[in-house]
Design a protein around this ligand. Structure first.
Ligand code: HEC
Length: 175
């Protein structure tokens, strides 16, 4: 009996050690660093979309666009600048550990948390063009927020809208 207890105490004590593995998987500023640009969109070393900010504070188009989309479709539940609310989690924290694919599928399919008598619902946006045509924009903006790559609030300066963004928008919104 005592032994079993000691073992479970040991397991608890060991948690922070396995936590180190988690910390390793965390998105960090270095991991989110933009290393490649393609038609005005930036990518990290793993090929995932990311933000870019110049020394004078100019952000890439997608970060700015994501800021605007977030504050029209997500902030009512998730709070301004991704800081969270009593209803929905702080995405600026979530995105430290959430990969691109998981983000896309949760936003497209939604999620329900019915635990502990709660009924907090993340709506499915898979048929909402104002969201799904701008998934990368949202991801890039929230990723920037999660690693403190950009400050809170509206980015004061932005890059011009790339032709690729105009083309993708036209075909997504029109199709
Ligand atoms: C009607 C309120 C509401 C709106 C609007 C909303 N969400 Fe959510 N969202 C939630 C709730 C509630 C949860 C938590 C659900 C759960 O615990 O399973 C959530 C969860 C999430 C998660 C998973 C977070 C985590 O920590 O696991 C992501 C990612 C997310 N939302 C992204 C978005 C994005 C992007 C938008 C805007 C396009 C958005 N949400 C709009 C309510 C909302």
């Amino acid at each position: 009996m005592f032994f079993a207890k000691a073992v479970s105490v040991l397991a608890l004590v060991c948690l922070p050690i396995s936590g180190a593995g988690l910390a390793h998987a965390q998105d960090t500023k270095e991991k989110a660093a933009a290393v490649k640009e393609e038609d005005g969109k930036w990518f990290d070393a793993d090929g995932n979309p990311t933000y870019n900010i110049k020394d004078d504070g100019t952000v890439d188009w997608y970060t700015f666009s994501g800021y605007r989309r977030y504050h029209s479709d997500c902030h009512v539940c998730h709070g301004p600048d991704g800081v969270g609310s009593s209803y929905a989690p702080a995405l600026a924290a979530t995105m430290k550990n959430m990969d691109y694919g998981t983000f896309l599928s949760i936003v497209a399919e939604g999620r329900k948390n019915l635990s502990a008598g709660k009924e907090n619902v993340m709506p499915a946006f898979g048929d909402n063009k104002n969201v799904y045509c701008y998934m990368d924009d949202l991801y890039i903006y929230l990723r920037a927020r999660s690693v403190d790559g950009i400050p809170r609030g509206r980015p004061p300066k932005k890059a011009d809208k790339p032709q690729a963004a105009k083309d993708a928008e036209a075909s997504c919104m029109g199709g």
